[in-house]
Design a protein around this ligand. Sequence first.
Ligand code: HEM
Length: 405
Amino acid sequence: MPETLTEVDIPDYPMERDARCPFAPPPQMLGNDSGLSRVRIWDGSTPWLITGHEEARALFADSRVSVDDRRAGFPHWNEHMLSTVDKRPRSVFTSDAEEHTRFRRMLSKPFTFRRVEGLRPAIQKITDECIDAILAGPQPADIVTTLALPVPTVVISEMLGVPYEDHEFFQHHANVGLARYSSAEDGQKGAMSLAQYLINLVEAKQKNPAEDAVSDLAERVNAGEISVKEAAQLGTGLLIAGHETTANMIGIGVLALLENPEQADLLRNTEDPKVIANAVEELMRYLSIIQNGQRRVAIDDIAISGQTIRAGEGIIIDLAPSNWDDKAFPHPDKLDLSRDAGQQLGFGYGRHQCVGQQLARAELQIVFHTLLRRIPTLRLAIPFDEVPFKHDRLAYGVYELPVTW
Ligand code: HEM
């Protein structure tokens, strides 16, 4: 596409999905061979939108691409994010290079392969308890409130050391903070209460540490490596990133399986951990729930796919079209749990790739497989076109999923 686009040619972003194909990325994003184009966002600016798999990977891995949202040209999500840019302490999400490595190191301990594998029995237990309760309860049951939300909430609370009694509080505040079009005021209120909650928790763990992630962060505070505020910011990031994302993936993933019964059979009838693991990768590819684009800004000129992204220009890498790029995944609109989905980008790519991906994978593998096994006759209790999808959230999913069996 030429760089001399007229004002009217540039489409608005975010783009809407086709209501008739709610699993598909917005149709406007598909079929662009060059893998990038210009879009217009809420403040009138026109950053690049990346929709190609190869281009997305190249830019995710390019050190000339920054996540620092204080830089001019950064394509902010909304007014709230812009208005708080100088108030928010730097975090793992918004720092580059050495600063990012420092934050990332602080988060590494709770997410090591060994620690996450060690959580599998606890994940299996809470999953079984939720399913016991579903089977004992009335029909229809809502998968979102009975399974998709409680499993990640319990798991992340345990991992962080957040008392479970507080889960409703942080679920609510995290939700306000994540609204896609949140006003500056709403967003700030939610973010502030969560931040204060985490500050109190870090201070409590500084005095009485336990075996959990907030205690790990409190230890760094005691050692003078980070401030209480920074620790709270990191903890808040984990809390938000760790429960709503996985919850959405469970809810919409169950729906995708119910809509593709032969694929559900495939997953139900296997015991092979590799097959189960690949099924989750394919669901991640097919659904790409992070729908507001990964925001970046170029700090140098970058030649890519016959175009030049200039220093200071915004970049939005959209995971859904990249995961539906037919050059990388033939027939991307088919949910095919046996295809090799190892290169899916649902957790991002490069140095900011999801810290919690192993934890999320463990939860998804256990939840989908156990649910299909234990309730083989599970089916949707409402017509498909009445399922309420989360078009207005940063993470896609379903608000509720009534099922029967
Ligand atoms: C299915 C569930 C999940 C999905 C789809 C998901 C998706 C993502 C994506 C796409 C990124 C990359 C952001 C970017 O490059 O701009 C990311 C980063 C991150 N995720 Fe996740 N995530 C999930 C679960 C989790 C969990 C369970 C945790 C923690 C408990 C977590 C913590 C993080 C953190 C801290 C980052 C920032 C990493 C960095 O900037 O270096 N996520 N996630």
